[in-house]
Design a protein around this ligand. Structure first.
Ligand code: FPP
Length: 238
């Protein structure tokens, strides 16, 4: 039986390296993204056994629109396919799916599928999967500030009550706990605008594995290392 005492409750992942994985095989970048989607399925499935209750994955950033039109269109198609194909499995496996990010720029057909999957899985509670799609940490904070300013304008919020407890209620992640562990694959040691507010006290793991090679075994190994870390949240150890 797995000991869940030392496992991170919320793991967030920056899934990087799909393009390089494909290029190493002399294949188009989209082949890497498709291989990456398979790992998403595997990693979600592995969560209950590892004691990971919340999994948040970075699928598409507000900066990713700068990629070629072919790659962007291919990714959007892949997200739609993933939702259509996986909806039933996710429902049966007890996974509750949420999406974070700005939906305004996404095509209506994709937004409909996202809304549908959120609704379909709304009663699930075994694993909470959050997919960041057209997400950027700064954009999220700016949108939150806009909503907060609106509430102040409407007289619903007193500016004196704005503090680090009220502000996160305006973030896309308002129902989620902060991530305990943030993993980035592919050897890059950057957070690239991911969960800027929420990861203030997260542990980070930057690993060399490219995302399409990130198996359930690698996931278990990284999650296992978390148990050895001492988290102090700014306090002095006693
Ligand atoms: C980063 O690799 C990856 C992405 C921008 C896309 C992430 C998407 C997936 C893993 C596909 C499946 C996701 C879901 C939710 C079904 P990169 O292209 O930046 O790789 P590189 O740094 O090697 O170029």
């Amino acid at each position: 039986m797995t000991d869940h005492k030392q496992t991170p409750k919320h793991v967030a992942i920056i899934m990087d390296g799909n393009g390089r994985w494909a290029q190493m095989r002399l294949r188009p970048r989209l082949v890497g993204h498709h291989a990456g989607a398979k790992r998403v399925r595997e990693v979600v499935k592995a969560c209950p056994e590892l004691g990971v209750k919340y999994l948040t994955i970075f699928a598409f950033s507000t900066e990713n629109w700068k990629r070629t039109q072919t790659e962007v269109a291919g990714l959007m198609k892949l997200f739609k396919r993933y939702i259509r194909r996986e909806a039933q499995n996710l429902l049966e496996e007890g996974v509750r799916v949420r999406f974070i990010g700005d939906r305004v720029r996404l095509e209506p057909a994709l937004v409909d599928l996202m809304d549908g999957l959120e609704l379909l899985t709304a009663d699930n509670d075994k694993v909470h999967l959050t997919i960041a799609l057209n997400y950027g940490g700064r954009d999220e904070v700016a949108r939150a500030a806009r909503r907060l300013a609106h509430d102040v304008e409407m007289g619903k919020l007193n500016p004196r009550d704005v503090c680090d407890e009220t502000f996160p209620k305006y973030l896309d992640t308002y129902v989620l706990p902060d991530p305990d562990l943030v993993i980035r694959t592919s050897g890059e040691a950057r957070i690239s605008n991911f969960l800027l507010w929420q990861s203030a006290y997260s542990e980070y793991e930057f690993i060399d594995t490219l995302w399409p090679d990130f198996t359930a075994e690698v996931f278990a190994e990284v999650v296992g290392r978390f148990g050895a870390r001492e988290r102090r949240f700014g306090a002095v150890p006693v």
